[in-house]
Structures are given as C-alpha cells and as structure tokens.
Design a protein around this ligand. Structure first.
Ligand SMILES: [Zn+2]
Length: 203
C-alpha cells in the first residue's frame, strides 16, 4: 500500500472536501444508517460525507450540467468516501455468498476508499428518487447497466427507467466519471488504476 491516511486525519489534510460544501445536492449516506443491506450503521462514529477534491469538483460539474437541463431535479448522494475498514466489513458480510462480485476485494481496495467514487441517483421535482428499475444496492441482474437490452426484451426494465439511468450516465460522463457494468448507481472519477496508484487510500 503506497499512501494511506486514517479517516480521522482527512479534515486537516486539505485533500478532501466535505459534501456540505457542494451546493444543490441532497445527501443520504445509506451506510451511515440502518437502511443498507447489512441492516446497521457502518460509519458511526465517523463522518464519511467526504470526497477527494478532484471528485468534489467533478460532482459540481455534474450538478451544473443537470441544473442546465432539468432545473427541478437534484443529485442525491448515497455513498461517497467509504473507509477501507468499512469495505472490509461489507466484504465480510457477503462472505460465502455469490454477491461478493459486487465488491472490490479489501486487498485491491474500492475506489470509494480513495474518496474518488460515488453512489448516487437523481431526485425529481417532488424530491422523490427517479425510477431506475431497482433501488440502490439491489444486488441483482436488474441493476446491471450492461444487461439493459436483455432486460428490456424480457420486460424487466422499461424505456422510462433506461432513460432515467441515461440521464444520470450523461451527467456523469461529461464530468469524467466512469460507470460500471453491474451497478447503475456507481461511478468512479477518472482512471481507476491511476487512482489506486496516486491517491490516498483512507483506512
Ligand atoms: Zn459504489
């Protein structure tokens, strides 16, 4: 491991920005509540509402892009910085199930642990999550962006749901975020290999 920093140190480091400094977003960190697949708050007592400054700037570009196209919509951040210790807890929680494919192994490390990944969705004019076909952390094939054409054919996803995901994809792509094939809500900022090589991993 090249560079690592404890979560307790990030506020003073100057390399991270608190989500409260990003205007016009809503934040509901699901791992900081019992509303997640483990069923308990995994972040307390740590404040994990942080992003690396590069990812924070990119998120601001997403917000501006969305405001120009759908001013009544808002970004809802579901997860941002996820310390390595929490990644380990999640990994252990899925031990022995075929759901471990949804997680980066603790040795390799999640891009979330560098503050360079985001889980997010979009809220409509009434503050409700857009219908993306599944909820956050629905670890089934219905969440896989790579399978949308097949799911559409099977009647398991609608054109509206795909269009809602596409709006998020377009907003993220123009800011330099990259999606993954298995989770519609997950985006990495920039090049994953570069992040693992150059950025601070938060323990
Ligand atoms: Zn994620």
């Amino acid at each position: 491991m090249k560079h690592s920093m404890a979560i307790e140190e990030i506020a003073a480091s100057g390399e991270f920005r608190h989500l409260s400094t990003i205007a016009h977003i809503a934040v509901d960190l699901r791992y900081a509540s019992p509303d997640n697949f483990v069923g308990r708050d995994l972040y307390s007592p740590h404040d994990c509402a942080w992003l690396h400054i590069d990812a924070a700037a990119a998120l601001e570009s997403v917000v501006a892009w969305l405001a120009a196209r759908q001013p009544s919509y808002r970004i809802l951040v579901l997860d941002a910085l996820r310390p390595q210790r929490v990644q380990q807890l999640l990994w252990d929680a899925l031990e022995g199930t075929d759901l471990q494919m949804y997680l980066a192994s603790p040795e390799r490390g999640s891009i979330h642990s560098f503050g360079m990944a985001l889980d997010l969705t979009i809220l409509d004019e009434n503050g409700r999550e857009l219908d993306m076909g599944t909820g956050f952390d629905d670890l089934t094939e219905r969440s896989h962006p790579a399978l949308e054409a097949v799911l559409l054919e099977r009647g398991e996803i609608s054109l509206t749901q795909i269009a809602n995901r596409q709006l998020l994809r377009d907003a993220m792509a123009q800011a330099g975020f990259h999606g993954i094939s298995t989770e519609w809500w997950h985006y990495d900022c920039g090049d994953r290999n570069l992040v693992r090589e150059k950025y601070w991993r938060i323990l």
